[in-house]
Design a protein around this ligand. Structure first.
Ligand code: GCU
Length: 676
């Protein structure tokens, strides 16, 4: 196995007060805490604990040079050790970490909590915090902390930028060392659920729920569950038809319902502890209940009913829109479609259905408003979907640290209630007392040695998991943790990489499409500038630029999208005087000489931000250059190659966008810089 992210390598010696005195690990069970409840056998531990203990031993040995032994009971005079303690009263998956007289206690009420506590202890050590007097506890904020892999069974990955799939090749499921390392990697950042196949389920993937694959699915599930991860599959809604067994997939047809009941029984029996299914229906050519004149509630509830006896979840995506739009049509608005399709169904879904909603109403652009279904829905389980695969944010060739964006989304006040109304409150279950909810990210991994293509794109993987677990962490804190975990404590490395990460999203936003309009990318591969690439297409993704101005009128005079939000958001977005600059062109068609709240005209903002974005990247590359000799050489070289490309590519973006708007508007740059 090639290079692995250093936060799992543990090879470098780390100094942390208290860590190298730890000589043994033992599992304690508090009186009357029954083994049945913990999953522990009478003699020892369940698989999670065993894996956790191994993790502790390997890591401590790697970091401090001493390998603690594992024992049943601390003998008299055994010295200082780590006690894994099962205790009542700690919430599910949570842990409590403490140190007293040189010994460390990790307490939890379940094995997952112990495992997370173990990783938290290792983090403390690796980032150089003292263990002396340590005392803190944490319960994960999001019930579901999920990765959605868009891997195809032929080994390709839809929107994958780090090699091929490590789950599939040649229509087979792969199980090897990397599977285990993946489980460790995901668990170490707190992930507790994964979907391994693409939401666009076709061909062989339709057969994943049949005997052809279930044996391997079970094997994979065993590995993942040993690290507290529930396995899910993406499902083909038309499976009964495409597997050649029925002529219909009508959710109200008794034969179809019966077929799914039998199918679910098979899958859940063959794969104990299986999580459930993710479904993309009636979207971008995928089949769904619309074919039969039925609603998404009909479709989702049919599956949910069949999965319910086994505790299975049906995660149903709200990414539903008409992708055959006529660009001449100014009335239809893709941004509205998710809301329009689902709002009328609020309260109609069974309790084991979760609606998975993309962060914005379009599709993972560098800037979008928050999806109006958040705050719109009040009686439905909801999950937030973000994308760490950088489809529209530089495809892991550009650095774009997305955690600051996710923080903004989670902080957004929907005003669905007077208090506890943020997206975070909704998807963590706090707002409406739900438990089937959480956050999912479209994953950015592949079989590249470094997992994520760009070494620093791993900060998005790490950061997503950490943020889902602990939404109070700031983007800076998470960046600092990731840097420390990966490259150690050198001050210059820490400062420089932190600067690069924190600048990267603002820089990317500056040199790409302006003021929230999005979409000026090359069609299909979505990489690089092409201002009119999607302007005359069927995808509903337009900027409507002419010689006077630019932007889509989504106000009450236009498509009315702005009014889908609760007050006061609606009134703010609806009014161009009040709308935040960074979203202005998303909501309004604006003349080039309109003055922004910043005091600049729209056209001058376009010019300035693009030139500034390029300067930001130039500065980032200069700072990175100074880390030569401070980072592992291969990693430095890999990153440098990408930064050199980013620098050139940022200039390409800037020049194309500026040239386009100069030619459209005929208005010169006040600062007389070179525009082509
Ligand atoms: C985007 C992406 C597709 C993907 C889709 C989805 O449109 O480009 O590749 O299938 O999102 O989220 O389903």
């Amino acid at each position: 196995m090639g290079f692995e992210q250093a936060w799992l390598n543990y090879t470098e010696r780390t100094s942390c007060e208290g860590a190298d005195e730890l000589q043994y690990i033992c599992v304690d069970i508090e009186e009357d805490f029954r083994p049945a409840k913990t999953g522990l056998t009478e003699f020892g531990a369940d698989e999670l604990i065993e894996n956790g203990v191994r993790e502790l031993q390997n890591a401590l040995e790697g970091m401090t040079g001493c390998r603690p032994v594992s024992r049943e009971q601390p003998d008299e005079g055994a010295g200082k050790g780590i006690h894994l303690l099962f205790q009542k009263g700690i919430p599910a998956e949570g842990y409590r970490l403490s140190e007293k007289d040189g010994s460390v206690k990790i307490a939890a009420s379940d094995s997952r909590g112990i495992l997370y506590g173990i990783f938290a202890l290792l983090r403390q050590i690796r980032i150089g915090k003292t263990l002396r007097g340590m005392e803190f506890s944490k319960t994960p904020d999001m019930p579901l902390r999920m990765l959605n892999h868009w891997d195809n069974m032929d080994g390709s990955i839809e929107r994958g930028y780090s090699g091929e799939s490590f789950f599939f090749a040649d229509d087979e499921i792969l199980i090897n060392d990397r599977t285990v390392t993946y489980a460790r990697l995901a668990a170490s950042v707190g992930i507790n659920a994964v979907v391994i196949n693409n939401v666009n389920v076709k061909d062989a993937a339709t057969w994943l729920i049949t005997e052809r694959y279930l044996g391997k699915v079970r094997e994979l599930n065993e590995i993942l569950s040993g690290y507290g991860i529930r396995l899910f599959l993406s499902l083909n809604y038309a499976a009964p038809v495409e597997l050649g067994e029925l002529e219909s997939a009508d959710p109200l047809d008794e034969r179809v319902r019966g077929w799914w009941k039998k199918r679910m029984e098979l899958v859940f029996r063959e794969v104990p502890g299986f999580g459930g299914f993710l479904i993309k229906a009636d979207s971008e050519g995928r089949p769904g209940p619309f074919t039969y004149g039925r609603t998404h509630a009909d479709g989702a509830n049919m599956l949910a009913e069949a999965a319910a006896p086994y505790g299975g979840l049906i995660i149903w995506r709200c990414f539903v829109y008409n992708c055959q739009q006529d660009w001449r049509d100014y009335k239809t608005d893709r941004a509205r479609s998710g809301y329009d399709n689902f709002i009328g169904l609020d309260g109609m879904f069974l309790d084991n259905v979760v609606l998975q909603i993309k962060n914005g109403p379009m599709d993972f652009q560098v800037r979008e408003p928050v999806h109006p279904l958040f705050g719109g829905l009040t009686g439905t389980n909801q999950m937030l979907e973000v994308q760490i695969a950088q489809e529209y944010t530089g495809q892991q060739r550009h650095l774009c640290y997305l955690i600051p964006m996710f923080k903004e989304i989670l902080r957004f006040r929907t005003h669905v209630k007077s208090k506890e109304d943020t997206v975070r409150d909704i998807v963590s279950g706090k707002a409406f007392g739900q438990t089937n909810c959480g956050i999912a990210a479209v994953a950015n991994t592949g079989n590249d040695d470094n997992w994520t293509g760009h070494d620093m794109a791993a900060a998005n993987f790490y950061g997503f998991g950490r943020l889902a677990f602990d939404t109070d962490l700031t983007a800076e804190e998470i960046a600092g943790e990731w840097i420390g975990m990966t490259y150690g404590q050198d001050e210059q490395v820490m400062e420089t990489l932190q600067y690069l990460l924190m600048q990267s999203w603002p820089a990317y936003e500056s040199y790409t499409s302006p003021l929230g309009i999005g979409w000026m990318v090359s069609p299909n591969n979505h990489y690089g500038p092409s201002v009119d690439g999607y302007e005359y297409s069927r995808w509903g993704t337009y900027h409507r630029a002419d010689c006077q101005g630019i932007g889509v009128d989504r106000s009450h005079d236009g498509t009315g999208y702005a009014l889908l939000y609760r007050e006061p958001n609606a009134v703010v977005y609806d009014d161009k005087e009040k709308c935040p600059d960074e979203l202005l062109l998303f909501f309004h068609h604006i003349p080039y000489l309109w003055k922004l709240r910043s005091g600049k005209t729209v056209i001058q903002h376009i010019y300035d931000s693009h030139f500034e974005g390029v300067e930001m990247v130039d500065e980032m590359v200069e700072r990175f250059r100074k880390l030569r000799g401070k980072l592992p050489q291969k990693a430095y070289e890999r990153m440098m190659e990408r930064f050199v490309h980013q620098k050139e590519h940022a200039r390409e973006w800037c020049d194309q966008i500026n040239a386009y708007f100069y030619r459209k508007s005929g208005i010169s740059d006040e600062r007389k810089r070179k525009i082509y």
